[in-house]
Design a protein around this ligand. Structure first.
Ligand SMILES: NC(=O)c1ccc[n+]([C@@H]2O[C@H](COP(=O)([O-])OP(=O)(O)OC[C@H]3O[C@@H](n4cnc5c(N)ncnc54)[C@H](OP(=O)(O)O)[C@@H]3O)[C@@H](O)[C@H]2O)c1
Length: 348
């Protein structure tokens, strides 16, 4: 059943903010607004977003930024890269990887490349083509890990966020257990070394683990996690079932109104260890045996975020950080809130 031996505990996140992907987070209502491509979804999103989100769009990343980030990261020692077709930058990431392999800095087999199956490709017949598209963009012959991005299937088609009149996502009638079977076939075909899930709650994960004739266990559940959303129950559930946890949004992202990096408790601990707040937030996961994938396109931050193996947080530091929990979820995906498999309607 086990198909990967080890996942590097620290990886580089690659999700970029662009007008054709994530648009923003409204601080007051914590609404995360996704907008992809189509005029309708963009229009809807702009109706929903606040001035902050619009303002933020002036500081978007240039296409080459992520290529450069990957190059800097590989030179710095990163080997794990968290990608997704939904991020619309796998081609640029592939350029960075290929360059470093050609330069002889790293071998393909030393890297751990993750991608994700988007919700509009949950139908069994669409899974292999979706994976192949990511492989082609990344210029790879196999992925180390392929994740089901969300447990929810959306209506298939070119629009990655098909919306109804009310602006809510149009579901597909797929079941994630069937999608999983198609993902298992990717392992058989040698296109991916392992498969996993993302944004699954414990009931959904349990259902998958109890699936009759399960051939490959999910190796990880990638979930939002940071001191404001410590995910104590979900982490212990996953770890007790032999499923690793990967923490996304470990620095609290770039959400206005949420200043995890400036939290006084985090800053006090950072000062004590002569480290930055980001390093403290990253180390927090490592000591919980949780894989962590901070994102940055800024050279100094990419380097800084990797310097987290030369110190240790005390039990008291860890408890102080766990004490900051306020069940504050940033990635709520509200336009999918009516979906039968929306994962955030139960406690964990
Ligand atoms: N599975 C899912 O549904 C899901 C959802 C969200 C995210 N993810 C994955 O998780 C990754 C991480 O999450 P995220 O990108 O949302 O948020 P994050 O890693 O918590 O935060 C990224 C933000 O922090 C800034 N930053 C990075 N290092 C810093 C430092 N040392 N000091 C100050 N600021 C710093 C980055 O700036 P710059 O980039 O400008 O340098 C960026 O604005 C994503 O990139 C993606 O790969 C997965």
């Amino acid at each position: 059943m086990e198909t990967v031996e080890k996942i590097p505990i620290l990886g580089l996140g690659t999700w970029k903010r662009t007008p054709t992907s994530f648009v923003g987070c409204i601080p007051g209502c914590l609404m995360v607004c996704y907008a992809i491509g189509s005029d309708t979804s963009l229009k809807l999103c702009f109706q929903l977003v606040c001035c902050w989100c619009i303002e933020k769009q002036s500081s978007l990343e240039a296409p080459g930024d992520v290529t450069n980030a990957v190059k800097v990261a590989i030179d710095a020692g990163y080997r794990h890269f968290d990608c997704a077709s939904f991020y619309h930058n796998e081609t640029e990431i592939g350029v960075g990887i290929q360059l470093k392999v050609k330069e002889g800095v790293v071998k393909r087999e030393d890297l751990f490349i993750v991608s994700k199956l988007w919700c509009t490709c949950h139908e069994k017949s669409l899974v292999e083509a979706a994976c192949t598209r990511s492989l082609r963009a990344l210029k790879l012959s196999y992925l180390d890990l392929y994740l089901m991005h969300w447990p929810m299937g959306f209506q298939s088609g070119r629009n990655e966020l098909p919306l109804d009149q009310e602006g809510m996502v149009i579901p597909s009638d797929t079941d994630f257990l069937d999608t999983w079977e198609a993902m298992e076939e990717l392992v058989d075909a040698g296109l991916v070394r392992a498969i996993g899930v993302s944004n699954f709650n414990h009931e959904q994960l349990e259902r998958l683990l109890n699936k009759p004739n399960l051939r490959f266990k999910p190796v990880t559940n990638q979930i939002e996690c940071h001191p404001y959303l410590t995910q104590k129950n979900l982490i212990s559930f996953c770890q007790s079932r032999g499923v690793s946890v990967t923490a996304y949004l470990p620095l609290g992202g770039s959400s206005e109104g949420v200043h995890l990096l400036e939290d006084p408790v985090i800053q006090r601990i950072a000062e004590k260890h002569s480290k930055s707040s980001a390093q403290i937030l990253i180390r927090f996961h490592i000591q919980r045996h949780v894989i962590v994938i901070p994102k940055s396109v800024t050279q100094t931050w990419i380097l800084e975020n990797f310097q987290v193996f030369d110190f240790e947080l005390s039990e008291e530091d860890m408890n102080d950080m766990l004490g900051l929990d306020r069940n504050l979820r940033l990635a709520t995906f509200p336009i999918a809130g009516n979906h039968k498999d929306y994962p955030f309607n139960i406690e964990y």
